[in-house]
Ligand binder design. Structure first.
Ligand code: SAH
Ligand code: SF4
Ligand code: F3S
Length: 433
């Protein structure tokens, strides 16, 4: 039996794809290697979303060349978004790469590996309009948390974003097979399931929409917490908000990327909503789902961004008071519309604005967490804390990390009530009551 080792970069969809790839390869007589040294095939499941993501992977390819020198028969493959974006140019640049396989060609991996073993390059980079791997049960280790890709691709074409090019057109898995998968996960004792898609609001399996899916998934097992990501602010429906409110096990948490607080920049980004529309959704969500919290993504230094646009971003952050945010410097991506615009915000300004955004978010996260001191929150016990086996760590349904002393009769996978006594911008500290 041959041994496979996969390293995963990028978003949760890539993590989910790695599980699909492992499942396909295990069906074809591969076993899983613990590290790159014992592997016959080393795969990097890659991300292209920003230049620094790709640079990191180039660095890793450099390291792996030395592994190949020790074991010349080992194959090195690049799969995922970077494989799709750069295609066979990657093997031309880099002779050590034997396999290039894009996100819609994973079924062909066994055949492409066999081809590479004979000394040819194994290349599969076609995108598909229909592939959803609906019939493949992803390979998962036992655990508490699982993610399920419910759709693939993206049709939004935000002007900065490479994803529609690396992942192709939107398509959805069937509700029925997703619900079956959730039933299996329930039997295996999973306690948290995250439904994934670049824009889950456009999920549609010809019969059911995302609200229907979320509702069906939530009803399988009410001890399983249900999360989802990502919602595009244009399409978040009232029906979806109602489903969240009606099902106690759907987490009161919405990741709602705003990207910028300036309408002018949002238009240049082709985000298709205005700040007013965004604020309306947030208001509606707060009415329908009491206690709902939000996180977001923000890009600083998009082409033509002025100081005024930047201040508008800080302003929306202060208005919404996100629990947390992923904050990035704009990175030009070849092939996108924004790539044709001049990347005219200089590096120093981009960095300074990003720092201001990060500092503000840290202050807000910390203040919001302080407000929880003295309150009682429900936490799923997920693991021992990073520092000590005498402490557990878990999360609230609003995705906040909580650390608390171990108690004998409580084990990982239980839900507990925790009284919060201390808080930082990233962690709550408390005790089981
Ligand atoms: N589909 C999701 C996430 C896509 S990628 C969504 O629409 O929200 C995750 C985040 O990366 C994006 O929300 C955006 O903030 C950031 N991002 C994408 N392309 C980028 C680029 N070229 N430069 C900087 N950040 C980018
Ligand atoms: Fe990219 Fe926009 Fe699609 Fe998100 S919605 S993946 S940012 S194109
Ligand atoms: Fe990266 Fe591809 Fe995900 S570009 S963010 S791995 S969809």
């Amino acid at each position: 039996m041959k041994k496979i080792y996969i390293e995963t970069y990028g978003c949760q969809m890539n993590l989910a794809d790695t599980e699909v790839v492992l499942s396909i390869l295990k069906e074809n007589d591969f076993t899983i290697a613990q590290n790159e040294h014992e592997a016959d095939v080393i795969l990097l499941n890659t991300c292209s979303v920003r230049d620094n993501a790709e640079q990191r992977i180039y660095g890793r390819i450099g390291n792996l060349k030395t592994v190949k020198r020790e074991k010349p028969a080992a194959l090195l493959g690049i799969i995922g978004c970077m494989a799709e974006r750069l295609k066979d140019n990657l093997t031309e640049q880099n002779k050590a790469i034997d396999l290039i396989v894009g996100p819609d060609e994973y079924r062909r991996l066994p055949e492409l590996i066999a081809r590479a073993e004979k000394g040819n390059k194994g290349i599969g980079v076609q995108l598909s309009r229909t592939e959803t791997y609906d019939d493949i049960v992803p390979y998962r280790e036992d655990g508490l948390s699982a993610w399920i890709s419910v759709m693939r691709g993206c049709d939004k074409f935000c002007t900065f974003c490479v994803v529609p090019f690396t992942r192709g057109r939107e398509r959805s898995r069937s509700l029925i097979s997703i619900v079956e998968e959730v039933k299996e996960l329930s039997k295996r004792g999973f306690k948290e399931i995250t439904l994934l898609g670049q824009n889950v609001n456009s999920y549609h399996d010809n019969e059911y929409d995302f609200a229907d899916l979320l509702s069906a998934v939530a009803k399988v097992d009410n001890t399983i917490r249900i999360r989802y990501t990502t919602s595009h602010p244009q399409d978040l429906s009232e029906k979806l908000l109602n489903v969240m409110a009606e099902n106690a096990n759907i987490c009161n948490y919405i990741h709602l990327p705003v990207q910028s607080g300036s309408n002018r920049i949002l238009e240049l980004m082709n985000r298709t909503y205005t700040i007013d529309h965004y604020l309306n959704i947030v208001e509606k969500a707060k009415q329908i789902i009491p206690g709902v919290s939000f996180s977001t993504d923000i890009i600083s230094g998009f082409p033509t961004e002025t100081e005024e646009d930047h201040l508008a971003t800080l302003e929306i952050m202060k208005k919404i008071r996100y629990d947390s945010a992923f904050m990035f410097k704009y990175s030009p991506r070849e092939g996108t519309k924004a790539y044709k615009m001049k990347d005219d915000v200089d590096e120093a300004t981009k960095s300074r604005r990003l720092t201001e955004i990060i500092d503000l978010q840290q202050k807000i996260s910390s203040e919001e967490n302080q407000k929880l001191i003295g309150k009682v929150v429900e936490v799923l016990v997920e693991n021992y804390s990073r520092k000590s086996v005498r402490e557990y760590s878990g999360r609230t349904d609003t995705n906040k990390t909580v650390v608390f002393p171990v108690k004998e009769h409580i084990s990982i996978g239980n839900y507990v009530q925790i009284k919060i006594s201390k808080a930082t911008s990233s962690t709550l500290i408390g005790e089981i009551i």
